[in-house]
Design a protein around this ligand. Structure first.
Ligand code: KG4
Ligand code: ZN
Length: 337
């Protein structure tokens, strides 16, 4: 079965074709960073309008890359939620309309299920069950994954997502939006030991996370120190060090509690090399296998949506023509097909 995947939950338009026999055969992502950067964050209405502009040309480009015509598509998967409602509606309307015209089934996919199962796009995917650390701009979750549609949330953030904390701290350091990768690059020039940031929620048991305090700590540190380049780099280093240490401590606990032997890192912050290195060391010391999707599948993309949609459509799941998106959609509401 060949499935066209459409991701439009936030500020990336992602289109892909996944083939159940051949795997991923084409994918394209258009990032709206330039549209939102002048505003210091995502402007929902501008996101919707840009998805509308880019969707058709990007689908045509992806089909051309795959060497397929639209009539060779057997199903269409789109991101049904969670995300910005207007942005989600552009993908859902497009998918339902094209599905109706081509007379093929459509399926709405949970964005986070896409992230959690993105490692299945790789040549050596993990086996179920596994523990997943989902770290993106909107979510920071520890999830026990037993199988397709079987997710147990075992750790969550009380406030900011870790990507959000990176972005807000980057903004305070004058690094623009989204600043996670820029902050990580600045941190590489920083010196260890000059500043020490707290490791939130690690002094008490459990898997709850909280990152809004780090941003406040960063603000106070920036205001109370010189503004030279080395100081900014040292602050970036200390911030990243604290985030990585906190996530590593929580992952160690979660592995111990669940007895899982595989760890998956998903979401945009999974691109952070300090985090990757720390979790690599942790897994090695615990005899746990570590899985990362390649960088382009850590951040938002259509391939993960096409993959999940293909699995669910092949299992016989179907939707009618109702256009129904979910701005909020807890992961535990999902079920196996
Ligand atoms: O998964 P994603 O592409 O979008 C959401 O669904 O949120 O994640 C985007 C987030 C942003 O907050 C961005 O700053 C962060 O991932 N990010 C990074 C890095 N690359 C992207 N954070 C830290 N280090 C990086 N190298
Ligand atoms: Zn995402």
């Amino acid at each position: 079965m060949r499935v066209l995947g459409i991701e439009s939950s936030c500020d990336e338009t992602g289109i892909a074709v996944y083939d159940s026999a051949k795997g991923l055969i084409a994918h394209q992502v258009h990032s709206q960073t330039d549209v939102h950067a002048p505003f210091g964050g995502v402007v929902p209405e501008l996101a919707s309008r840009d998805h509308v502009r880019k969707m058709v040309p990007l689908v045509e480009k992806t089909l051309a890359e795959a060497g397929l015509t639209q009539h060779e598509i057997d199903g269409i998967a789109y991101t049904k939620g969670p995300g910005l409602v207007g942005a989600l509606l552009t993908g859902a309307m497009f998918a339902k309309t094209l599905g109706f015209v081509l007379n093929v089934p459509t399926i709405g996919v949970h964005h986070l299920e896409g992230h959690l199962l993105a490692p299945f796009l790789e040549p050596t995917p993990p086996a179920f069950p596994f523990l997943a650390l989902l770290v993106s701009g909107g979510h920071t979750e520890l999830v026990k994954v037993a199988g397709l549609g079987q997710y147990e949330l075992i750790g969550d953030t009380l406030d900011d997502a870790v990507g959000e904390a990176f972005d807000k701290t980057a903004k305070l350091l004058g690094l623009g939006y989204p600043g996670g990768a820029a902050l990580a690059a600045l941190a590489e020039k920083g010196q260890k030991g000059r500043f020490r940031f707290p490791r939130p929620m690690t002094d008490r048991p459990g898997l709850t996370l909280s990152f809004s305090g780090l941003k406040t700590f960063a603000l106070n540190t920036i205001e109370g120190n010189p503004k030279d380049e080395q100081t900014r780099a040292d602050i970036a280093y200390a911030f990243e060090e604290a985030v990585v240490a906190t996530l590593t401590i929580k992952c160690r606990r979660a592995l111990k509690e669940t007895g899982m032997k595989s760890l998956v890192i998903a979401g945009g912050v999974g691109a952070n090399s300090a985090l990757r290195a720390a979790l690599h060391d942790l897994c090695q010391s615990q005899g746990v296998s570590l899985f990362f999707p390649r960088l382009e599948f850590c951040t938002d993309n259509g391939a993960m949506i096409a993959y999940v949609g293909c699995e669910r459509l092949m299992a016989g799941e179907r939707e009618d023509l109702t256009v129904d998106v979910r701005a909020r959609w807890p992961l535990h509401e999902l079920s196996p097909p």
